[in-house]
Design a protein. Structure first.
Length: 411
């Protein structure tokens, strides 16, 4: 579907749940119009009025498993191999020279930094980008002072990829490539060792905890409590996959507060204030907007006003902690007003800059056009490949390791 309408609807949903700043990892829908998609996606944030740390992606290899596509295709039965080879021929990955040219052109048009945007380099993940490309990107980050956003060790297979490929974790490899530092924001970071956490803390890197997305994809649960205790800055995100497909960020806060509660009287957990801090002052380090995330005189005037009357019904004991109340009962319908840089984006629960009904209609029509025979053929091909993907990973994830915290026991 069209990048503009899709992004605009997601942004509307976030504004309605009290979000003022977003980190957007750009996923290319059609590499043939890569540059146009960058403009249309960033344009959606500009029209909505939200601050965005915008990270154009680069991903050019390993589309199915963690080896070259032609090697995987060669392992398939002949009819299926032919279909996959035809599919791969239609792909036009954006390689490094084009990526840098597109990034530079976008930066020339809008600037690396603006009042409501930051441009970040956005290699999707090391396994999909490559060491040489990552070194080149890391040099540009250092030279320009802009940020780097990358997905790291989201799944157990990505955790195992590091030792199989490098002899150590992907986090360690990023450090050796010069790509782990205070301008680095990681996504997911689920399968982290203590050594990984220490490297992240020492480097000053931050990461976005995307709990709903990790649960939906069976990826696992990031050790946020351990990360906090070891000095790692953790913010909150959704990866565009909240539990209800509605980008309700207040619900995400509540989910994080409830999941990270290992049993036992002496086990550490996350307080309501811990979670709110992750969504605000911690989050500003993730999006690289240094002065947002708090209310203070002379600040940027990013403000969210919630209706307390709806949260205290049918009754609330006097003397309650308002942060606890927000984390236990707050919902998007309680968000009354949202301001970014003093501009009102939502007032009385109503959007002031964009027409949500129009956006929904445009996106619905676009989705119906996109649900065509080529799309259905691609879905069928992916389903037919699934048994062979399982075979490829059959010997992976045998050593489950020791969890950071326990939720049950089989003995």
């Amino acid at each position: 579907v069209d990048a503009y309408w899709d992004t605009l609807l997601a942004t509307i949903n976030l504004v309605e749940s009290g979000v003022t700043s977003v980190l957007h990892s750009q996923t290319t829908r059609n590499p043939k119009v890569y540059e146009e998609e960058l403009d249309r996606t960033l344009g959606a944030y500009q029209d909505a009025g939200v601050r965005v740390a915008f990270a154009p992606e680069i991903r050019w290899r390993y589309n199915f498993v963690y080896e070259p596509d032609d090697q995987f295709a060669a392992s398939l039965p002949k009819p299926l191999r032919g279909e996959l080879e035809q599919y791969l021929q239609r792909l036009e990955p954006v390689l490094l020279d084009r990526y840098f040219a597109a990034f530079d052109a976008l930066a020339k048009r809008v600037g690396l930094r603006g009042p409501r945007h930051r441009l970040l380099y956005g290699p999707i993940s090391l396994q999909w980008t490559g060491d040489d490309e990552m070194r080149a990107i890391a040099r540009r980050v250092l030279d320009s002072g802009t940020g780097l956003h990358i997905h790291v060790q989201e799944s157990p297979y990505q955790k195992e990829l590091g030792p199989r490929t490098y002899g150590h974790s992907v986090v360690r490899q990023l450090k050796e490539l010069g790509a782990l530092g205070p301008l680095t924001t990681l996504a997911h970071a689920v399968w982290l060792s203590d050594a990984d956490l220490d490297l992240m803390a020492e480097s000053g890197a931050s990461y976005s905890h995307n709990l709903s997305a990790n649960l939906r994809l069976k990826s696992g649960i990031s050790p946020v409590i351990r990360a906090r205790d070891r000095g790692v800055n953790v913010g909150l995100g959704t990866d565009s996959m909240t539990l209800n497909d509605d980008d309700d960020f207040l619900q995400e806060l509540r989910l994080v507060a409830k999941v990270h509660r290992p049993p036992g009287l002496y086990e550490s957990d996350l307080s309501s204030r811990d979670v709110l801090r992750m969504a605000t002052t911690n989050g500003r380090k993730v999006v690289l907007f240094d002065d947002v995330g708090e209310l203070r005189a002379g600040g940027p005037a990013d403000v969210v006003v919630l209706r307390l009357d709806g949260m205290v019904l049918p009754w609330q004991e006097p003397g309650f902690d308002p942060v606890d109340l927000l984390l236990y009962r707050g919902r998007r319908e309680h968000v009354d007003t949202v301001l970014v840089a003093g501009e009102v984006l939502l007032e009385g629960g109503k959007l002031t800059k964009v027409d949500k009904a129009k956006v929904m209609n445009e996106l619905r029509a676009d989705a119906e056009r996109a649900w065509n025979q080529p799309y259905k053929d691609t879905q069928r091909l992916m389903n037919e490949l699934l048994p062979y993907l399982r075979t490829y990973y059959d010997t992976w994830f045998r050593d489950r390791g020791e969890p950071h915290y326990y939720y049950n026991s089989r003995t």
